[in-house]
Design a protein around this ligand. Structure first.
Ligand code: NAP
Ligand code: ZN
Ligand code: ZN
Length: 351
């Protein structure tokens, strides 16, 4: 075991504090990564605050991780010391269920091992990326292309793949009208990716405040959902709606914006159940779907796609001491558009 510096939540209601955690010894198929940057995803906040149910504390979160390989196990052939690598939301899966065998570990029927707050193969609870180092099975480590700036690469490991996967699966591309609901961490990456795929992108945000940004990211249209006329103007309009909102929305109002055979995909994960009126689905033969992150192969495909198309998330670099303020700013949507923590600042005395 190696002791490393980290930031952990002591409970659901207390601020995160500096601490130390143990990382396992590097096994034959493991990679030890010196973390350089860790993004703050809204899921980190949902998790530590117990929005999705109780967890064990103290808990280190963070699943948008980039860094350098500093040690590899004897059997690792896919990564070398010095490589720029990334780790996203999962660090293992059963590898033998139908979905794992089909290359979709994110849908592992036994539940994939999440990067944090999950039971690891040795029975311990996984601890995430708000730390200086992490040991991860090489099969769950991604290669970060050289031309994506290090700091900007971090949010791609969750926000990037969570939006790329459904956009790709539901064929966002030329001739398709795609709406992105909520332009936060996930939403702003979704706009960039959908535009790069060739779709006609519309942002549905609560206000018009982010309109100039949305257009700069590649959106052709921007509407305020606080304006009731938006829902009249856009009725029966979209092929695909990607909902990235972290809070409950009146789904029927959004489903009514789908044209024939259109699909609304929910990636936002509010704790509360969301009611749908089936008659809204009957009209236009609409579909409502969910999507959870993406597979390892698809995550690498996404990173390569972003490198090829020059897509980089908009980031605000912070130190570890600013995490608690950053959480409040995410909760009030006061972030443009993803906080990324300089992992060097995790070092220091435990408080
Ligand atoms: P975020 O940065 O906070 O963005 C969420 C956006 O939703 C905000 O920027 C805001 O956009 C809108 N919004 C927030 N509160 C709202 C409200 N009360 N009513 C209407 N709109 C509201 O969060 P994120 O990191 O992008 O994550 C978004 C959600 O996706 C979270 O629930 C997260 O847990 C979930 N998630 C799911 C997966 C998955 O695999 N499915 C993966 C990662 C994250 P506007 O200001 O533009 O309105
Ligand atoms: Zn996330
Ligand atoms: Zn499996």
């Amino acid at each position: 075991m190696t002791t490393v510096s980290a930031y952990a939540a002591p409970s659901a209601s207390e601020p995160l504090v500096r601490t130390t955690i143990e990382r396992r010894e590097v096994g034959p198929n493991d990679v030890l990564i010196a973390i350089r940057y860790a993004g703050i995803c809204h899921s980190d906040i949902h998790t530590v605050r117990g929005d999705w149910g109780p967890i064990a504390y103290p808990q280190v979160v963070g699943h948008e991780i980039v860094g350098e390989v500093v040690e590899i196990g004897a059997d690792v052939a896919t990564h070398a010391i010095g490589d720029r690598v990334g780790v996203g939301c999962m660090v293992n899966s059963c590898r033998e269920c139908e979905n794992c065998l089909a290359g979709m570990e994110n849908y592992c029927l036994k539940g994939n091992t999440q990067t944090y707050a999950s039971v690891d193969r040795d029975g311990t609870i996984t601890q995430g990326g708000y730390s200086t180092h992490i040991v991860v099975d090489a099969d769950f480590v991604l290669k970060v292309p050289e031309n994506i700036p290090y700091e900007a690469a971090a949010p791609l490991l969750c926000a990037g793949i969570t939006t790329y996967s459904p956009l790709s699966h539901w064929n966002a591309g030329p001739g398709k009208r795609v709406a992105v609901v909520g332009m936060g961490g996930l939403g702003h990456v979704a706009v960039k990716i959908a535009a790069a795929m060739g779709a006609e992108v519309t942002v549905l945000s609560r206000t018009l405040d982010k309109e100039a940004d949305a257009r700069a990211f590649g959106a052709s249209h921007h509407y305020a959902t606080s304006d009731a006329s938006t829902f009249e103007k856009l009725a029966n309009h979209f092929d695909l709606i990607l909902n990235t909102v972290s809070a409950p929305l009146p789904l029927d109002d959004y489903l009514a914006l789908l044209r024939l055979d259109g699909t609304m995909v929910n990636v936002g994960a509010p704790a509360e159940p969301l009611p749908i009126t089936v008659f809204t689905l009957f009209g236009n033969r609409r579909s409502f779907a969910g999507s959870g992150i993406g597979s390892i192969a698809e995550t690498q495909e996404m990173l390569d796609f972003c490198a090829e198309h020059g897509i980089a998330p908009e980031t605000e670099l912070i130190s570890a001491a600013q995490i608690n303020d950053a959480y409040e700013r995410v909760l009030s949507s006061d972030v443009r558009y993803r906080f990324v923590i300089d992992a060097e600042t995790f070092r220091g005395e435990a408080s």
